[in-house]
Design a protein around this ligand. Structure first.
Ligand code: F6P
Length: 462
């Protein structure tokens, strides 16, 4: 069997303080790699002022981690600039927040080249190389230029935007061409895949073939959707662990019998947190009987604080939280607990299990694994209700949730109310359906499907 070599910008074994801010990528990749073993290559999370990077190699269990530091200047332009101020907002349909800067693009390409050069000596001919996410789109092309002929696949964890939005990127054709050097391009949903095909067709640079293949820039590759899942059983177990039970008992005592509504996200403008708070405010406004009967705990772990848009967003969330508590609070009840720090996934699983409603209402999201974790954590006797944005990739699969348009504040407030008064048998029916979905399409399913598709030969005559 071929060895799996995973490459991603962030290589963080999930432990310590970053555990709660870990996005879907780290959670998903770690769960997948633990099963197969292999190499995980990427940025160490450290920056240096000068010098050439020297890879650090360490092994934990069956995974060999190889990490490199980045030059501070590259980190600022490649990660803080091109990845997080150009691609991230653009791919999440926030053209208004996207900045375009040639120096950032140059640095992005340079870091990808550097990653390829540093990874190259570790690669064997029959490795399956699996590159992750928008930070590393050109990596496959760079590896090909170094002479790597083996199978290289790419998976995009965030949405692939519609052509109209994507072509605003001055380097849209360069990045698409870079993608054509992979043997396999994986996207989260059928909608992302449609957008990918649409670009090729509309820009006249390619077209779809049979069996998931596409022709792009004179090359034939496979392009498919692979919705990422979670380790469902593992997360369900977490929710009944001692740590989870202790934390949820503590929270429960403080609620004094009130129903818990919970939201957990990285503090990111794509997550729709300010809109969610407005919806909560509307709930309290439109359904006065719910006042003093509910508590919203909004946990927003700090993220990418070096990016100015994130600081601005933090200010907005803080202002909205203060306003809601000021408007509706009583001397013995505060409607909202806004917490600007992360918790371990174990603790969160306990909070999910205790809650009546889970709010996952991003304005745009590749998948959103919190939605799936929320389902996995519930108890059969008294499951909570998932209120899920139609703009999260997860909404494609999770039709047992209350699907909402996060921009429609009144509708989100109504969905919250519906969840609060939903009879037990309906909650159970919905939850069983949701659970079956996340059990069937779990992390193993995702990894196996991707790796099998990557290993599959492509008929060059196709
Ligand atoms: O899932 C999307 C993603 O950007 C991942 O690539 C990343 O690891 C995660 O969110 C957290 O973001 P960051 O690595 O920038 O802290």
């Amino acid at each position: 069997m071929s060895r799996l070599v995973v490459v991603s910008n962030r290589v963080t074994p999930i432990s310590g303080s970053r555990a709660a801010t870990a996005g879907g990528l780290t959670v998903g990749v770690l769960a997948a790699l633990r099963e197969t073993g292999g190499i995980w290559f990427g940025w160490s999370g450290e920056t240096v002022e000068t010098g050439m990077p020297i890879p650090k190699v360490f092994r934990t269990g069956n995974i060999t981690y190889i990490t490199i530091d980045l030059l501070q200047a590259d980190f600022e332009r490649y990660y803080g600039g091109f990845a997080n101020r150009t691609l991230w907002p653009l791919f999440h349909y926030r053209l208004d927040l996207a900045s375009f800067d040639r120096d950032w693009y140059v640095s992005y390409r340079r870091v990808n080249q550097l990653f390829a050069e540093q990874l190259y000596p570790y690669l064997r001919d029959d490795d399956l190389v699996w590159v992750h996410d928008y930070h590393l789109i050109p990596l496959g092309e760079e590896l090909r230029q170094l002479g790597i002929k083996g199978r290289i696949g790419f998976f995009l964890h965030i949405p692939f935007p519609s052509t109209e939005v994507y072509v605003a990127l001055p380097w849209h054709d360069r990045l698409m061409e870079a993608l054509s050097h992979y043997d396999l391009v994986g996207l989260q949903t059928s909608n992302d895949l449609r957008n990918f095909h649409d670009y090729l067709y509309r820009e006249g640079v390619g077209y779809g073939l049979a069996d998931g293949l596409v022709r792009a820039f004179g090359r034939t590759l496979r392009a498919q959707d692979f919705p990422i899942g979670i380790d469902t059983e593992d997360f369900a177990r977490m929710a009944t662990s001692t740590e989870a039970v202790r934390a949820s008992q503590r929270l429960s005592r403080s609620l004094l019998g009130r129903k818990l509504i919970i939201g957990v996200d990285r503090l990111d403008y794509t997550k729709g947190i300010t809109e969610r708070l407005r919806a909560y405010e509307t709930l309290l406004q439109n359904y006065p009987r719910q006042r003093t009967q509910v508590t919203l705990v909004q946990i927003s772990a700090p993220s990418r604080e070096e990016v100015p848009e994130y600081l601005e967003m933090r200010r907005q969330v803080e202002a909205a939280s203060g306003r809601i508590n000021g408007l509706f609070g009583e001397f013995d009840w505060m409607p909202l607990r806004y917490i600007n720090r992360g918790f371990t996934r174990r603790t969160l699983s306990g909070f999910f299990r205790l809650s009546r409603i889970g709010l996952v209402t991003p304005l745009r999201d590749g998948m959103n694994l919190v939605a799936k974790e929320y389902i996995a954590a519930q108890s059969e006797e008294d499951p909570g209700v998932l209120v899920l944005s139609r703009f999260a990739g997860a909404a494609d699969e999770l039709d047992g949730a209350l699907i909402v348009n996060p921009y429609d504040i009144e509708a989100v407030a109504e969905a919250m109310h519906r969840g609060l008064i939903m009879p037990l048998d309906e909650r159970q029916d919905r939850w069983r359906r949701l659970l079956a979905q996340i059990q069937e399409r779990d992390i193993v399913h995702w990894r196996q499907n991707f790796v099998d598709a990557l290993a599959q030969e492509i008929d060059p005559t196709n």
